[in-house]
Design a protein around this ligand. Structure first.
Ligand code: AMP
Ligand code: MN
Ligand code: MN
Ligand code: MN
Length: 276
């Protein structure tokens, strides 16, 4: 049985390790096919590939694109992409461009509840100033003793109805899938269990994704419960989607699931990596 991990983050987005350190960690944990999938950014792919080649670890180029669909923020992973594709690079650049203003607004909201200097604080955690996001604010809130851990942050701050939530318009589903497919890649719905879709919205979303040429969904991910593995395995079967597996590892102290440590995908499904 292969140990495949097709979802994780480096300090080029909101992880804390370099692509090189991640490759070494994946190898040490027994991963035999690996993708780095930084948020909205391709700069880690080349160093990831070089490190993987040196380690004798099979690697596929990946990215995780933030989109807005029906008022929900959804993440679409692109796998086996050509990172030199111009449309993809340009699309991601546009996607990233709103992040700084959003971060400044997040900081204003936090200041209003007595948390000063959050933009500067979050920035010290952002390895890439273009890619400042909520995880960096979460780390600042922990560093300053406001919260004990990341789940506590996302319970009390930075989410709808709580201080530090700034609604944001990301790319569209059609754009993300078109960029990925245009770059020769496979589009995968990341951690589908995390979206608070109604039943109707869920059908509409997956129909829409399939119509646009989306091919796979994550079934076994660090964000899913064991029950969700089963539920999304069934959904994959119903729609004829291939399935993916990925830890969504960000940081050794922070992430619940380490690289390469998830159970295998339920049997009877077509793995997205079948021919890779
Ligand atoms: P952003 O792209 O700035 O909106 O930040 C989204 C990132 O925040 C995700 O990629 C996760 O790393 C993190 N995140 C969001 N929600 C949660 C949560 N409930 N628990 C832990 N991390 C979360
Ligand atoms: Mn993240
Ligand atoms: Mn995600
Ligand atoms: Mn992720």
């Amino acid at each position: 049985m292969r140990n495949v991990d097709l979802h994780c983050h480096s300090l080029i987005s909101d992880g804390t390790l370099s692509p090189l350190a991640l490759a070494a960690r994946a190898k040490a944990n027994g991963v035999d096919l690996w993708a780095l999938t930084d948020h909205d950014e391709l700069a880690g792919i080349e160093p990831a590939r070089r490190a993987a080649v040196d380690l004798g670890l099979k690697h596929v180029a990946g990215v995780e694109i933030s989109i807005t669909w029906g008022g929900h923020t959804v993440h679409i992973v692109g796998l086996q992409i050509d990172e030199n594709n111009k449309q993809l690079a340009q699309g991601l650049e546009t996607t990233r461009s709103g992040r700084k203003d959003r971060a400044l607004e997040i900081a204003v909201q936090l200041e209003q509840v007595g948390i000063p200097n959050a933009f500067e604080g979050a920035s010290t955690f952002a390895g890439n100033p273009d890619l400042i996001g909520r995880t960096h604010f979460a780390r600042y809130l922990i560093e300053t003793g406001r919260c004990a851990n990341v789940p506590e942050v996302f319970k009390n701050y930075l989410v709808e109805g709580k201080p530090g939530f700034v609604p944001h318009r990301w790319a569209t589903l059609a754009q993300a899938v078109a960029w990925i497919r245009g770059a020769g890649g496979t589009a995968v719905v990341a951690h589908p269990g995390r979206y608070k879709f109604s039943n109707i919205a869920s059908h509409e979303f997956f129909d829409n994704f399939k119509d646009l040429g989306g091919e796979a969904i994550e079934v076994v991910t660090g964000s899913h419960t064991v029950e969700q593995y089963t539920a999304y395995a069934k959904l994959a079967q119903r729609y004829g989607f291939k399935v993916s597996r990925g830890s969504d590892f960000h940081c050794p102290r922070e992430s619940r699931v380490d690289l390469g440590t998830l159970p295998p995908c339920p049997s009877g499904l077509v793995p997205v990596w079948q021919d890779w």
